[in-house]
Design a protein around this ligand. Structure first.
Ligand code: NDP
Length: 532
């Protein structure tokens, strides 16, 4: 895919790449391509920082996170402008879906880390082990590598980084080559938060390495302790294979083909507004956007009519203008993927009610918001991630059929069901996805406490919420014997212990009390054998 990225030659020995505004096509800035040595150096620095960072009290790390939320709030408008300039999304989306989500995540991490890290006493059920005390604690993994995409260039890496940092890890982030400036702004703000909390002149626990795909490969191959990858299925699979080769634990947040199910008792006005927003926001380039819409046959044609009315009112243009609803796609390559899927469906008999065409007069990356019907499940537009401003709508006749259609997918990231609350909830429970929303969509991502992640090709593991923090930790079981001189029945010599051990097993698990009593007498001698 043409990313719009151009390597701009060498400054000294270092290769650089430049970024472009997706709306205007004008060049933005150029950045160094981090080499294998650069990545390893950043991981080494992060590891040094992790040493002091993991030793400071949790309350101090929480204070840094709270400060971060304040700094994100103070810089919300300038950050939104940077995000819009790199990603093309409307300013309001940059503000709410990136800056606000990131600030919320920082506060959530600060407020919940103490309970996530709380040690847990582990009871010993077996009487032979009653003189021991067990405790489960949660320890930071060390250095977490994060590889992130361009579509939510702040909220995705920030949410993952905050969960990693607050739990005592250091982070090395490789952002998308399309949105490096947002990542560098995050690095600057994290550094400012550390300074503001008096943690100056110390190695920084958050590092950014800019570059293209190979820089990501170097990060996977480096000495990190875990990788959190968010991106496409194709790259995720490659990353997963490379990680498996060195047994590196990974969390994979991959693509989606989310279904929206509109039941016959849904509020048509609300559901049609939701379908339009859910398929068009961020120009449809959201992993949990509406990619397939199934509508009950009884309300199907009025639903389509309402959606068409609402799509016709969308203002398309440069995301930095205040009244823009729909910006450009990230690149011409992405536009070609969308266009090919629509054209394939059209050639196979689908009806394109609006859109279905690029808008070159606005810029090379603009595509008209599209509503398409008369589809078959076998079409790529119903199977593969489209990642564009396209709303495909299909009718169904029964709840069972709707559930079957929604679940007939290689993906399982999120879904939504619309209808009377109890009816929609019962249908929602039958849908196989990481998150299913009833009478709402997409905003599950903005709930800091809610886990995010998918099934099947949509990935492995969870980010966000308490589960997201736990992904950054390793459980450690500590066991202390308070009576070390007590005879261990399971030690040598086996020759004299088998029968008493069999009796001991009966003592604990035989159903009859008489058997247990006799077993108690038979197991006693073992305690008086000399230790070997
Ligand atoms: P890509 O898979 O193209 O890239 C993701 C990241 O991986 C980028 O930083 C990219 O760097 C890097 N990368 C590329 N090649 C390699 C490699 N060989 N080894 C290591 N890293 C590499 O995804 P996009 O950036 O295009 O993002 C869009 C995709 O992300 C969509 O499929 C979307 O569904 C998914 N996504 C999933 C989310 C979820 O939570 N499940 C959330 C958001 C998006 P570079 O950009 O420099 O090539």
């Amino acid at each position: 895919m043409d990313s719009g990225i151009h390597l701009v030659g060498k400054a000294g020995t270092r290769e650089r790449f430049s970024t472009f505004n997706p709306a205007s096509g004008s060049p933005l800035t150029d950045y160094p391509v981090a080499t294998e040595e650069d990545v390893f150096e950043s991981v080494t620095q992060a590891r040094q920082a992790q040493f002091w960072w993991s030793q400071i009290p949790v309350v101090r790390r929480s204070a840094v996170l709270r400060r971060l939320a304040q700094l994100l709030c103070a810089e919300k408008e300038s950050l939104a402008r940077v995000i819009t300039s790199e990603s093309g999304k409307p300013l309001q989306e940059a503000l709410l879906n990136d800056v606000l989500v990131a600030a919320d995540a920082a506060v959530f991490c600060a407020e919940n880390v103490a309970s996530v890290l709380r040690k847990e006493d582990i009871p010993h059920a077996n009487p032979a082990l009653r003189f021991k005390r067990g405790q489960l604690s949660w320890e930071p993994l060390g250095v977490i590598g994060i590889i992130s995409p361009w579509n939510y260039p702040l909220s995705i890496p920030a949410t993952d980084a905050f969960a990693a940092l607050v739990t005592g890890n250091a982070v090395v982030l490789k952002p998308s080559e399309l949105t490096p400036q947002t990542a560098l702004e995050l690095e600057r703000i994290i550094s400012a938060a550390l300074d503001a909390e008096g943690l100056t002149n110390l190695p920084r626990p958050f590092q950014v390495v800019t570059g293209l795909g190979p820089t990501g490969q170097h990060l996977v191959a480096s000495n990190i302790d875990k990788l959190i990858f968010t991106g496409s299925v194709a790259t995720g699979r490659r990353v997963g294979v490379a990680a498996a080769d060195r047994l590196l634990p990974v969390t994979l947040e991959l693509g989606g083909k989310d279904a929206m199910v509109v039941l016959e008792d849904a509020d048509l006005d609300i559901a049609s507004s939701a379908a339009v927003w859910g398929s068009m926001m961020n120009a449809g380039q959201t992993c949990i956007s509406v990619e397939r819409c199934y509508v009950h046959r009884k309300i199907y044609s009025s639903f389509v009519t309402r959606c068409l009315e609402k799509i016709s009112k969308l203002k398309i243009g440069d995301g930095s203008l205040p009244d823009t609803d729909l910006g450009p796609l990230i690149s011409y390559g992405q536009l070609q993927i969308v266009s090919q899927q629509v054209e394939e469906a059209r050639a196979l008999g689908a009806i394109v009610h609006c859109g279905g065409t690029p808008l070159p007069h606005l810029g090379s990356n603009f595509y008209a918001p599209t509503l398409i019907t008369d589809l078959e499940n076998s079409m790529s537009i119903m199977n593969e991630e489209t990642f564009g401003p396209v709303l495909p709508v299909m009718p169904f006749s029964s709840d069972d059929e709707a559930v079957s259609l929604a679940n007939k997918s290689d993906f399982g990231l999120a879904a939504s069901v619309w209808g009377a609350t109890s009816h929609a909830t019962s249908v929602a429970r039958r849908i196989a996805a990481g998150a299913v929303l009833v009478n709402d969509l997409i905003t599950g991502f903005a709930v800091s406490a809610a886990p995010h992640g998918g099934l099947k090709k949509s990935g492995i593991g969870r980010t966000h919420g308490r589960l997201g923090m736990q992904e950054m930790l390793r459980p450690c079981y500590l066991d202390v014997d308070l009576a070390p001189r007590m005879k261990k029945l399971w030690w040598y010599p086996y020759s004299r212990n088998f029968d008493p051990m069999a009796a001991f097993t009966e003592l604990i698990h035989a159903p009859e009390w008489r058997t247990r009593l006799s077993a108690a007498l038979r197991s006693l001698p073992a305690f008086f054998h000399p230790r070997r």
